[in-house]
Design a protein around this ligand. Structure first.
Ligand SMILES: NC(=O)c1ccc[n+]([C@@H]2O[C@H](COP(=O)([O-])OP(=O)(O)OC[C@H]3O[C@@H](n4cnc5c(N)ncnc54)[C@H](OP(=O)(O)O)[C@@H]3O)[C@@H](O)[C@H]2O)c1
Length: 253
């Protein structure tokens, strides 16, 4: 079988690569040999991740991108093709959330969640798919959440947008299966990043959360990387439209 987790010569775009889960996915893909295109709105953060990768001999391209701006999506894809000539892997990781009950949630909060977590994923994936169709191959991996299946108080806009992303994953998988593109999702449970800091930074609340997770602890960003590498590899060539849960057993409860 050779080393199926060697991504040398492949190019991967990772959205939201400046911190949290996206950062470690970018580092993991680079360590496996891929050229990695890092995108987020914060230049200093993606440049910092680029430095980490360069120190280990990897190749990157940093493209500051607001995923809710169509022209910036075009620029992200055209810059990638100009630099590396191809796109083999797209990890749609960037997302936003609001902790607000449905009675108080503002309409623009709902729109921001859906525009970033669903619409931008569709538009970017479509641009990338056109390149992958020419190559007759490609892997798209969407980062969803257990919150796409489980209703959490105060997380409706986020959860509904991620449930839509789960369905978008299946729709893209179905429409693009015969064009050489596999589309799957990785759904983390509670993971220690800035995103969830308001919760885990309080030891009492962290303890309460850990008591609800069969594994008894929250995930570290590094826990999510293996599932992404697997879905990006040839080991997953016959898997499409599926979701791998990286949740310490949360979905069993
Ligand atoms: N942490 C958890 O507990 C958890 C659990 C389940 C699933 N997830 C999922 O895992 C993924 C990563 O989460 P995380 O915890 O690592 O989040 P995070 O630490 O908040 O990082 C989010 C990343 O997305 C980028 N981003 C947000 N809006 C963007 C936009 N409009 N354009 C470009 N980039 C944008 C951010 O960069 P800028 O702000 O600089 O643009 C940042 O790099 C998300 O899809 C999230 O839903 C997280």
């Amino acid at each position: 079988m050779g080393n199926i987790f060697n991504f040398s010569g492949k190019t991967a775009i990772v959205t939201g690569a400046g911190r949290g889960i996206g950062r470690v996915i970018a580092l993991g893909l680079a360590e496996a040999g891929a050229n990695v295109v890092l995108c987020s709105r914060t230049k200093a953060e993606i440049d910092g991740v680029a430095d980490e990768i360069h120190k280990k001999g990897g190749k990157t391209l940093s493209v500051v991108t607001d995923l809710t701006d169509n022209e910036q999506l075009d620029n992200l894809v055209s810059s990638t093709i100009k630099e590396f000539g191809r796109i083999d892997i797209l990890v749609n990781n960037a997302a936003r959330s609001f902790l607000r009950g449905l009675l108080d949630l503002r309409e623009d909060g709902w729109d921001k969640c859906f525009n970033t977590n669903v619409k931008a994923v569709w538009l970017l994936s479509r641009l990338v798919a056109r390149q992958m169709i020419e190559q007759k191959s490609g892997k798209i991996i969407n980062i969803t959440t257990v919150g796409a299946d489980k209703a959490e108080a105060g997380m409706a806009a986020y959860g509904c947008s991620k449930a839509a992303l789960k369905m978008l994953t299946r729709c893209m998988a179905r429409e693009w299966a015969q064009l050489g593109i596999n589309v799957n999702a990785v759904a983390p449970g509670f993971t220690r990043t800035d995103f969830s800091k308001p919760i885990w930074s309080n030891p009492d609340i962290e303890k309460l959360i850990c008591n609800t997770i069969p594994k008894g602890k929250i995930a570290e960003p590094e826990d999510v990387v293996g599932a992404v590498l697997f879905l990006a590899s040839s080991a997953a060539d016959y898997i499409t439209g599926d979701t791998i849960y990286v949740d310490g057993g949360t979905m069993t409860t």
